[in-house]
Design a protein around this ligand. Structure first.
Ligand SMILES: Nc1ncnc2c1ncn2[C@@H]1O[C@H](COP(=O)(O)OP(=O)(O)OP(=O)(O)O)[C@@H](O)[C@H]1O
Ligand SMILES: [Mg+2]
Length: 228
């Protein structure tokens, strides 16, 4: 599902030898639930942004679902991101002036073909399945952190992408709420979604089947966990 070959990344304003990622090789198969761990500044977000096609300024090869991202044009890449990949962030990244239904249906409005049938109905169903049926017309700022993250996950799943990329998805949540979100990811993984989660929290990495550790822009450990 994901293949990186000798991927390096240096941000424009950093010095010649200061790499955010250096010579990374990585393969993630369909159906995996993978945690990426490492200290602050080690390169986790940089790695996830490359996999998600959010940053195309790198060397080496990044392939996702068989597509070499460097070979996609900007519009093609945007469509690929919108349709095939779901993103979940620490701070939810919801639009406060829209309702929850409107937030969840945003991917329909970014869709290139613009022919998604009944996006609001689909969004309302997804929110109802996530226990937010009474919040359909609320603005996200009236919701708790856990509710916001469920809205964000419903949005990420709008087009049923096969891949979910999550950057510290429980980082703004209390322990109990964070656990509920992790259980959601585990359930989604059992349904077949491939999920990559950046985390600082051991309870999240313990839920994963594989933990990749990054230090100073390099993958230093890649272990499968036997937690069955
Ligand atoms: N936009 C940017 N411009 C310049 N340097 C950056 C930029 N984003 C990240 N970096 C640098 O790249 C390195 C890796 O950063 P990255 O954000 O990937 O780390 P991280 O592992 O996600 O850290 P954190 O756990 O704090 O989120 C760091 O040295 C950081 O300072
Ligand atoms: Mg980060």
């Amino acid at each position: 599902m994901i293949r990186l070959k000798q991927v390096s990344k240096r941000y424009k304003n950093s010095s010649e030898d200061e790499f955010a990622l250096k010579d990374c090789d990585l393969t993630i198969e369909e159906g995996e639930l993978v945690a990426i761990v490492g200290t602050s500044g080690s390169g986790k977000t940089t790695l996830l942004n490359l996999i998600g096609g959010l940053d195309r300024d790198y060397t080496g090869e990044v392939s996702v679902m068989g597509r070499d991202l460097a070979k996609l044009g900007d519009a093609e890449l945007a469509a690929f991101r919108n349709r095939e990949i779901g993103f979940v962030f620490q701070h939810f990244n919801l639009l406060d002036h829209l309702t929850t239904v409107e937030n969840v249906s945003l991917p329909a409005y970014f869709d290139r073909d613009g022919k998604v049938s009944a996006p609001a109905k689909r969004a309302a169903e997804a929110l109802t399945n996530f226990g937010l049926g009474d919040k359909l017309d609320d603005n996200p700022n009236n919701l708790s952190g856990g509710q916001k993250q469920r809205v964000a996950i419903a949005r990420a799943l709008f087009f049923k992408p096969r891949l979910l990329l999550c950057d510290e998805p429980t980082g703004s949540l209390d322990t109990k709420t964070g656990r509920q979100i992790i259980e959601m990811f585990q359930a989604l993984n059992r349904e077949g979604y491939t999920i990559v989660i950046i985390t600082h929290e051991s309870r999240v990495s313990e839920a994963a089947r594989r933990v990749i550790r990054i230090e100073d822009g390099q993958i230093v450990d890649d272990g499968r966990v036997d937690n069955d």
